[in-house]
Design a binder for this molecule. Structure first.
Ligand code: ZN
Length: 268
């Protein structure tokens, strides 16, 4: 049985990590994907007309400007919305158009126990109480859109609990056959180990039965990662405030770890 994630003890106590940077830190950022020019793959993006909608809700403190994929995913899809915030009063408000959360599905945050899931399926629909629905094909066919939380595990949990209308949505559990393209680049474990782009691409391509959605989005992500890895190999990122400590430098953190809490002005 699946259940919603445990309520975070104190969501406001989450401190930004040492990799947080202000938007000014990247002078040559692309205005569409907000990535530095050397990582931008926007030129190669031809948006796909997707039937099943995508709504990405990003936690305001999700600041992985280099390797984050949520914006790139939505740039690839005409029927998609990207929002930053903590809570919205309804799905309609979050989406900016009329929508019934009962006809949408949210990517579930609880860990999927593989024993509970049909082994031959990469996405499984659960009811609101977390039980696997008996007629999976029918349940999948009725889904009009998918909600994905973008952020760390605890940020995503916060978004879940701040948006009560989410409980009306069906839940989708992913059981991906392919590993994430991130490899070892990202240290923090996230949902099913997939990037937001990969999770959205897998879900939409299975719901619409269009494999090209997944192959197109994954190849774009791969192109971005190749650029990142070659910049790392060339030493171009050494000392960059955008690179997490321990990555991009041999034998030591790329930047000294800062205690951001102490640097915060009083009253915030
Ligand atoms: Zn771009």
């Amino acid at each position: 049985m699946q259940s919603p994630p445990d309520r975070p003890d104190d969501p406001e106590a989450e401190a930004p990590s040492a990799t947080v940077v202000s938007p000014d830190a990247v002078a040559d950022a692309c205005p569409r994907c907000l990535k530095p020019a050397f990582l931008c793959v926007c030129d190669a993006v031809t948006p796909i007309e997707n039937r099943v909608g995508l709504l990405v809700l990003q936690h305001p403190q999700e600041q992985d400007r280099l390797l984050g994929t949520a914006r790139l995913a939505t740039l690839h899809l005409t029927n998609s919305v990207f929002r930053i915030g903590l809570s919205w009063p309804s799905l309609t408000k979050a989406l900016g158009k009329e929508a019934d959360p009962a006809q949408w599905a949210v990517l579930h945050l609880g860990s999927a126990k593989s024993g509970d899931l049909p082994p031959d399926r990469e996405i499984v629909v659960l009811d609101r109480k977390g039980a696997v629905l008996p007629d999976q094909d029918r349940a999948l066919a009725g889904i009009r859109g998918v909600i994905v939380f973008d952020g760390t595990w605890s940020q995503a949990k916060t978004l879940w609990w701040r948006n009560a209308w989410i409980l009306k949505a069906k839940r989708l559990v992913l059981n991906p056959r392919q590993a994430s393209l991130y490899g070892k680049l990202r240290r923090e474990p996230r949902r099913e180990g997939l990037s937001t782009l990969e999770a959205a691409a897998l879900t939409l391509s299975r719901l619409e039965r269009r494999p090209e959605i997944e192959t197109t989005l994954r190849s774009s992500f791969m192109r971005m990662l190749q650029r990142y890895r070659s910049a790392l190999a060339n030493g171009d990122l050494r000392g960059s405030p955008l690179v997490p400590p321990g990555i991009g430098s041999r034998g030591g953190p790329a930047t000294p770890r800062k205690d951001w809490r102490r640097r915060r002005p009083a009253g915030r």
